[in-house]
Write a protein that binds this ligand. Structure first.
Ligand code: MNH
Ligand code: ZN
Length: 183
């Protein structure tokens, strides 16, 4: 996982729990003197360990932590790559462009990124069907990112995770119902 994602988690933890809390988490889950550099890659286990400890500290479930993190992460990524996000005409346009535009741009900027496969299908205005596949199984992070995108555009969204890799399916299927006319 790229450092930019760890930096997002770091910013969230420092904002909500303070610097000392982050230092403790880091000490427990990463080699000493670890500093996350956005463009570099770090072991996936490290972010899983950090997120698990956040979950324990806040008595939250791991899926809830990943979702909250994903929601925060959208703003973090937008701050870091404003021109990528500005390309889109509203929420639906952005969601439809995750795989073929956003992550394609990401792959130009970062060496060997580990990106999920996301297929978004516009069923009708207000309803997108998303297919998610990644061996990292961070579908709850994807849910959070979708909520983050909705709040960026100031619209309501409702998700229904109808199939999930965590329940033995070979990919996740997420129904995305969103407010139209206000994009
Ligand atoms: Mn995107 C990783 C989904 C928007 C840049 N992205 C991930 C992951 C998910 C994901 C899930 C975690 C890896 C995995 O599952 O295997 N991303 C989304 C969704 C949206 C999204 C659902 C919108 C909604 N992503 C964006 C935007 C940017 C971006 C906007 C930047 C402008 N994403 C990234 C980067 C990574 C990533 C960078 C990290 C790749 C890596 O660690 O190698
Ligand atoms: Zn899932």
């Amino acid at each position: 996982m790229k450092g930019v994602i760890f930096r997002g988690l770091e910013a969230l933890v420092i904002e909500k729990c303070g610097m000392a809390a982050w230092d403790d988490l880091l000490e427990k889950n990463a080699p000493s003197d670890r500093i996350y550099i956005s463009a570099e890659s770090y072991p996936d286990e490290e972010i899983v360990g950090l997120a698990q400890d956040v979950a324990d500290a806040l008595s939250m479930s791991m899926p809830d932590v990943l979702k909250a993190f994903g929601e925060y992460l959208f703003g973090h990524l937008r701050g870091r790559h404003p021109t990528i996000v500005e390309n889109f005409n509203g929420f639906a346009d952005l969601i439809m462009g995750i795989d073929k535009v956003i992550h394609v741009e990401v792959a130009k900027l970062y060496q060997e990124p580990n990106l999920p496969e996301i297929k978004a299908e516009l069923i009708e205005d207000g309803f997108i069907l998303m297919h998610y596949y990644s061996k990292r199984q961070l579908c709850m992070c994807a849910e959070g990112l979708i909520f983050g995108a909705a709040s960026h555009y100031g619209i309501e969204v409702a998700l229904n995770h109808v199939e999930c890799m965590h329940n033995g399916f070979d990919k996740c299927v997420i129904e995305v119902k969103y407010e139209i006319g206000n994009e």
